[in-house]
Design a protein around this ligand. Structure first.
Ligand SMILES: Nc1ncnc2c1ncn2[C@@H]1O[C@H](COP(=O)(O)OP(=O)(O)OP(=O)(O)O)[C@@H](O)[C@H]1O
Ligand SMILES: [Mg+2]
Length: 254
């Protein structure tokens, strides 16, 4: 379907839901831009890309926040090697931790034990996300990067609903199943009134990649492919590999 023939996104009842659940809609004052990193399929590199983006922006001199919106399996802090516990300020707001001047907010730095499993249902998780967004001392930020969990249910809905309109960056591999799920994430972003700024193909490798799945998706919705990141053999182990990946993001999301 050509892009112009697509239905205009319809935001149905989201505000009503927010009213019922008590979520506070809107980007906190002081945050100039929000980039939400999403996929659909799990394990395709959202956290890896979010962290790379945050570092890249910070090195460009921007004031950056990184919100780990994966409440039950938060990975941002471990990816950064960031320890420490989030404390509350006198104004009863949570104070993000700092990594290379990036303000980081993650459940991993709130729970006492790294192995603790949080068995929380949707409404509670959504409330936590709301607090992470609104009850954190973000201060002035040029960009807040939000690392979303996979799928199209509670947390991504809540984030995209509260922070609308934000920029959504989709991550997918070239595997047809990953692309299929990326399509769902794309439609979710549109449906919630947000803008998909582009796609990053991660873990590029002939073993995963289908010849047509990703190109068909990009053409159908007229979405740009912003970057391709190879499947790396030493990711996470070497700062050099990470630096390489980071360089690729400097320009693409500017
Ligand atoms: N290009 C790459 N090459 C090799 N390994 C990668 C690459 N990108 C990410 N990884 C690794 O793959 C694993 C999954 O990545 P990551 O945690 O970023 O995925 P995710 O999409 O955030 O997962 P989840 O859906 O569980 O949140 C991590 O160990 C990460 O270091
Ligand atoms: Mg993740």
């Amino acid at each position: 379907m050509p892009p112009e023939a697509r239905r205009k996104p319809k935001v149905t009842g989201l505000e009503k839901v927010a009213e019922r659940t008590g979520l506070r809609l809107g980007v906190p004052a002081g945050i100039k831009r929000v980039v939400a990193v999403h996929s659909g399929k799990g394990g395709v590199g959202k956290t890896f890309i979010s962290v790379a983006l945050a570092k890249s922006f910070a090195r460009d001199g921007l004031k950056v926040g990184l919100l780990d919106a994966d409440i039950d399996c938060p990975n941002v802090s471990q990816t950064l090697g960031l320890g420490g516990t989030i404390v509350t300020s006198e104004r009863k707001k949570m104070v993000p931790l700092l990594h290379e001047k990036i303000k980081v907010m993650s459940m991993a730095n709130i729970v006492k034990n790294e192995d603790q499993a949080l068995l929380w249902r949707g409404p509670i998780v959504s409330r936590v996300v709301d607090q992470f967004i609104h009850d954190t001392e973000w201060g002035e930020l040029d960009v807040l990067i939000v690392d979303l969990p996979p799928g199209t249910s509670d947390v991504p809905i809540t984030v995209l609903q509260i922070l609308k309109p934000c920029d959504v960056l989709l991550v997918t591999t070239g595997h047809p199943l990953s692309v299929l799920d990326a399509r769902k994430a794309f439609l979710m972003a549109e449906k919630t009134g947000n803008r998909v700024i582009g796609v990053i193909q991660n873990m590029k490798h002939e073993a995963f990649d289908d010849e047509h799945a990703l190109t068909d998706f990009l053409a159908q919705y007229d979405v740009p492919l912003l970057a391709e990141v190879e499947l790396l053999s030493a990711v996470g182990k070497s700062e050099f590999v990470f630096e390489n990946a980071v360089q690729k993001f400097c320009a693409v999301v500017a």
